[in-house]
Design a protein around this ligand. Structure first.
Ligand code: ATP
Ligand code: MG
Length: 371
């Protein structure tokens, strides 16, 4: 990854621009971890970037999109988030700068960033450039804002949630100025879009430190500000969707898959998650997600699922054709009724799943047409 990243910035540098790796990749690299997303800061504007890369790489390898003066480039299957050196003038609505001014120097760009540990750079030779002493805080395991914390969080309240994320995920302390600034400005979180907040919350919930993140949200008294009212329902921290399902926060937006899962988990949460009919209808996964948050072990739910006499309709030991032939009827909607009854009888253990037993059952319960 590092080699491809250095190659990438060398391409920009050879077109007479400066470029550095910045942010999470450098931070994680110095902590001995690799991260998948690579942020680049450069003197090249998005327009210039497009020009550089369209002439050097195969068009197929490149996919660049403009958004707020930054572009994403897919180079050798690594995604680079490239932003032009900038300073951000006055902020509007506690989130967006009123305008973005491109600047020519790195230091100005680093000063507009959120935390010292996120402002460490790596140059084209792999040398660390760290004018704001981020490495010192990295060694002390402390999250500190660049400049005054109160101003920083007032300018962009999303930084409050980012501070929570970095503190919990990296296992770093929050510096005292940050703690005070959070108390003062935490209500501004309400003004931040749910989409942006969800990106940060997803990163907290999907990390192995989800429990610590949730505890920090509680400790900093952010539950109301983040509208995570049901946070105490979360008892298991191993699954992102499981956590969101317990939170059941209507304001956040979810994709179709997430919405369906959250709905199902909340339905089965009210039932016994080892009940064969519930396991059969909703499947193993959602029952585990609901069950583990109620203290039922994953193992007992899995055993109950594996013990189901059938896991789908297709496992019933008789076909629609067999039934029609036996009852001497034409196929029609009555078949659905019969299959529903068979499912229940077989799952609850009242009926053995053999063709003979099923035919006996049909004999007792359904009238044959005799002609
Ligand atoms: P991750 O490992 O999750 O990618 P990251 O630190 O790289 O963490 P990104 O969201 O990718 O975080 O942002 C890249 C960099 O951009 C940050 O390291 C930081 O320097 C800067 N940045 C991002 N969001 C903000 C913000 N809201 N305010 C100031 N600087 C920010
Ligand atoms: Mg990043």
């Amino acid at each position: 990854m590092k080699e491809i990243a250095l190659e990438f910035i060398n391409i920009i540098e050879s077109a007479n621009h400066s470029a550095y790796i910045v942010g999470g990749f450098v931070r994680d690299f110095l902590m001995g971890k690799t991260s998948m997303d690579i942020d680049i800061t450069t003197s090249a504007t998005p327009k210039e970037m497009k020009k550089i890369f369209s002439s050097i790489t195969l068009p197929k390898l490149m996919n660049a999109e403009d958004s707020y003066g930054s572009i994403r480039v897919n180079y050798k299957n690594v995604i680079f988030e490239v932003t032009t050196f900038r300073e951000e003038s006055e902020y509007l609505d506690n989130r967006h700068p009123s305008r973005v001014n491109y600047v020519s120097d790195l230091l100005t760009d680093l000063k507009r960033r959120d935390f010292t540990v996120n402002a460490i750079c790596m140059d084209k030779n792999g040398v660390i450039i760290d004018p704001l002493n981020g490495q010192e805080d990295l060694a002390k395991k402390i999250i500190r804002t660049i400049g005054d914390s109160k101003k920083s969080f007032y300018d962009d309240a999303l930084r409050i949630l980012r501070a929570v994320r970095f503190s919990s995920v990296l296992n770093f302390e929050l510096d005292n100025n940050i703690l005070e600034a959070i108390k003062l400005h935490k209500d501004l979180l309400k003004k931040i879009s749910y989409e942006r907040k969800k990106i940060e919350l997803d990163k907290i919930f999907a990390s192995p430190k989800a429990k610590e993140g949730i505890e920090l949200i509680k400790k900093l008294d952010l539950i109301q500000d983040l509208e995570l009212d049901h946070i105490d329902r979360v008892k298991d921290y191993t699954d992102l969707v499981g956590i969101w399902a317990m939170l059941n926060s209507p304001s956040y937006h979810f994709n179709k898959h997430e919405r369906e899962m959250i709905k199902k988990v909340n339905i089965v949460y009210n039932y016994d998650n080892t009940n064969p009919l519930i396991l059969y209808k909703y499947g193993l996964y959602v029952n585990i997600l609901a069950g583990i948050n109620k203290g039922i072990s994953k193992k007992s739910i899995t055993i109950a699922y594996n013990n189901l006499s059938i896991k789908s309709k297709s496992e019933i030991a008789i076909t629609a054709t067999d039934i029609c032939k036996y009852l001497n009827k034409e196929p029609a909607s009555f078949l659905n009724e019969i299959f529903k009854c068979l499912e229940i009888e077989i799952l609850t253990g009242n009926l053995q799943n053999t063709k003979k037993d099923i035919l006996d059952y049909l004999d007792k319960n359904y009238k044959k047409i005799n002609n």
